[in-house]
Design a protein around this ligand. Structure first.
Ligand SMILES: [Zn+2]
Length: 273
């Protein structure tokens, strides 16, 4: 599943090809993915200039003068830049053409989304899919304080609180496991029992792990194809993720796996307390 680093890598990949460019044609090859596409999308976008790209959590935001297109890659979606006329395959659902180049949205499992938010619909940040998202983790100096302050009454396990995304976005399963290992925090620890000092370690770990994944071109996704056609699945060397039974790289004891909310959590019982 594309996580924050893949979405950010995708944004950085497409930005030089689409920002400031006139959108010449919209091709919808089906009526929707997770939700129906806005049927008026061609009329809304053709002849408009895409001004800028940004990202909020795992939503890619393409800004036009009259509104924004929200793109979510779902479980298996990816975007690529291709020459106009490049033949479409089975799972290529949407093309946005910019002159001689097109941005193609491919999504075999069809959990992705394409939504329009016009200026008349109000602030983009107030969109139902965006308004309850937690803060962006990168570049936040106050992340530790935020985590500490917002968990004083939460007895859920810290791993679950991170995955919930309502305090901080972008810490999916892989990054939660790796960050908790780096911070030396047991994934089952009740969030409200963690001190500010330990949250400071966790905040630094989250930021470092995500920044490293972005720098390496994204990780975690076998289906991710970079905009230049290269695989975005970077063979990262994880400390604990997907390493059940193998030696902890720090202390040598066996990495363990437990289930938390139907998801596998990997951790070292000696390094994480
Ligand atoms: Zn260990």
């Amino acid at each position: 599943m594309p996580e924050l680093p893949e979405v950010e890598v995708t944004r950085r990949g497409i930005a030089p090809h689409v920002e400031g460019r006139l959108l010449t044609r919209v091709i919808l090859r089906r009526s929707g993915l997770r939700w129906p596409f806005p049927p008026a999308l061609p009329a809304l976008l053709e002849g408009q200039t895409l001004r800028s790209t940004s990202r909020r959590g795992k939503y890619l935001l393409l800004q036009f003068d009259h509104g924004s297109l929200l793109v979510h890659l779902g479980m298996s979606g990816h975007l690529r830049m291709l020459p106009v006329g490049h033949p479409a395959q089975k799972h290529d659902h949407v093309d946005l053409e910019f002159g001689s180049e097109l941005m193609r949205f491919t999504d075999p499992r069809r959990f992705g989304a394409l939504l329009w938010h016009g200026n008349e619909d109000g602030e983009l940040a107030a969109h139902p899919l965006l308004r309850s998202l937690g803060v962006e983790p990168l570049g936040r100096d106050d992340l530790a304080q935020l985590l500490y302050r917002n968990t004083r009454t939460r007895s859920a396990a810290i791993k679950q609180v991170l995955l919930a995304g309502d305090i901080v976005v972008g810490v999916g399963n892989i990054y939660a496991c790796e960050s908790l290992f780096e911070a030396g925090i047991h994934p089952n620890t009740a969030a409200r029992r963690i001190s500010l000092e330990r949250y400071a370690r966790l905040a630094r770990a989250i930021q470092r792990v995500l920044a490293a994944a972005i720098a390496q071109g994204g990780s975690s996704l076998r289906d991710f194809i970079g905009v230049d056609g290269a695989s975005g699945y970077f063979q990262q060397s994880y400390f604990v993720y997907d390493r059940e039974g193998e030696d902890c790289r720090q202390c040598g004891s066996a990495v363990r796996r437990i289930l938390q909310g139907q998801r596998s959590t990997f951790y070292c019982a000696r390094c994480q307390r």
